[in-house]
Write a protein that binds this ligand. Structure first.
Ligand code: NIG
Ligand code: ZN
Length: 414
């Protein structure tokens, strides 16, 4: 049995023997142990405590000792909203936007999600897998230890199934925990522009039965937005997915007060994600529900939109998670360290709130909090060891620096 002992940890962060989804004021409580040790056996956390407790503990003889003097140890990031599988980047559209074209003008030229869909339908499953594998490897080295990945750039039966099969293959090969979400309802393909019912029929009667049979997804997602899918369409598609055991996680209130939050909450969605555009009613509805609000600040940043109203959501008592929304159109970065930086700098989240939202609440938003999201005996040894830092607050403060020295996934150093 391989045992790794990490000693002299300046601060062991997010230590919990009981865990629940954190809402409102609870987000600011981040339990830590100073001058700590942590013992891993195989892929599991087996004990931790202060260095004084280690001296009197009768721990197994480790095969390896890591001295973490001056360093922090955290659970890895749990990124609960990404579009990691895509065929090509879209920096040409980025340049068009810099030159003044609007999102709508770019879409009208065949850009946006439809551009990604065209490219995705041209590449093979193997090519798509290799591209996604490289991105996932980069994210793991940036501290991501669990990730949700959506389809939604296929928009055809073979394209959507190809994406979901790639995600399934990633799940079978990668050491990180992966959850799959079916997002066939990302936009309407051009040929269904004037016949929404026919595309919804394709999703419900052609895509979902295969997805159910091959167990290709855990969740169903819909882009509930003006000009995309209405609340009624969202409800119909989610209910069809629920018949196959897929739970809803919804793109809600990104560009408009779309009714996505209310629709998601009424469906008992695991999460409603984006939330750039919120009013009092949407905040109140979310606060009164068990649905998690997942904020995607790098998407707001990249699209130069107002940031999500994190403080109002927390003050209202909502459960908040943070995720990267990694995708080629609105967030071409899956760096969760940057997400945490930006949440503090632009949304005024406290470092403790941001770390809880990017770890434990992210795990809840992927329904893997029994395994990940905190330092707890019995949970998976997915850990970040930082470089020497003056304090916890230094992590969101020193944006732009890579402060990660080592990532451990499933008890193995990367
Ligand atoms: N908003 C919808 N979907 C993605 C962006 C998709 C794209 O532009 O490729 C998002 O979450 O931001
Ligand atoms: Zn998204």
């Amino acid at each position: 049995m391989a045992a790794i002992l990490i000693t002299n940890i300046k601060q062991l962060v997010n230590v919990r023997e009981q865990w629940q989804v954190l809402r409102g004021k609870e987000l600011a409580q981040l339990p830590c142990i100073s001058n700590a040790y942590l013992l891993i056996e195989d892929d599991t956390i087996v004990s931790y405590g202060t260095m004084e407790q280690l001296a009197s503990a009768n721990e197994a003889v480790p095969t390896e000792i890591i001295d973490a003097t001056g360093k922090l140890v955290l659970p890895t990031w749990c990124d609960s909203h990404t579009h990691l599988v895509f065929a090509a980047s879209r920096e040409n559209e980025f340049i068009d936007k810099l030159k003044g074209l609007s999102y709508a003008e770019i879409a009208a030229r065949g850009g946006g999600i439809l551009n990604s869909a065209r490219k995705l339908n041209e590449v093979t499953e193997d090519e798509l897998f290799n591209l996604a594998w490289k991105r996932l490897d980069e994210l793991m080295r940036l501290g991501t230890g669990a990730i949700e990945i959506k389809s939604g750039y296929g928009l055809t039966v073979p394209g959507e199934l190809k994406m979901l099969r790639v995600i399934k293959k990633l799940r079978g090969s990668a050491k990180v925990t992966i959850k799959a979400t079916f997002l066939g309802a990302h936009t309407y393909p051009v040929e269904y522009k004037d016949d929404h019912a026919a595309y919804i029929d394709l999703i419900i009667n052609e895509m979902l039965p295969v997805i159910g049979r091959e167990q290709l997804a855990d969740y169903i997602d819909v882009f509930c937005e003006t000009g995309f899918f209405s609340p009624a369409e969202t409800e119909m598609i989610c209910k069809a997915g629920m018949q196959y055991g897929l739970k809803p996680k919804i793109h809600a209130n990104q560009l408009n007060l779309s009714g996505g939050v209310q629709t998601g909450v009424a469906l008992g969605a695991v999460s409603v994600d984006h939330l750039e555009t919120m009013d009092e009613g949407a905040i109140k509805t979310l606060a009164g529900s068990s649905t998690i609000g997942t904020l995607l600040p790098t998407a707001a940043f990249f699209l130069r939109m107002p940031f999500q109203p994190a403080r109002a959501l927390i003050d209202a008592g909502c459960a908040i998670a943070l995720a990267s929304d990694f995708n080629p159109g609105s967030s071409p970065s899956g760096n969760m360290n940057l997400v945490v930086n930006m949440s503090c700098i632009q949304m005024k989240m406290l470092p403790e709130e941001a770390i809880n939202a990017a770890t434990l609440n992210g795990a809840w938003a992927m329904e893997c909090a029994d395994q990940l999201g905190s330092i707890s005996v019995g949970k998976k040894a997915n850990l970040i060891i930082t470089k020497p830092v003056p304090s916890l607050a230094y992590l969101p403060y020193a944006f732009g620096s890579n402060l990660i020295e080592q990532v451990i996934i499933g008890g193995e150093r990367l």
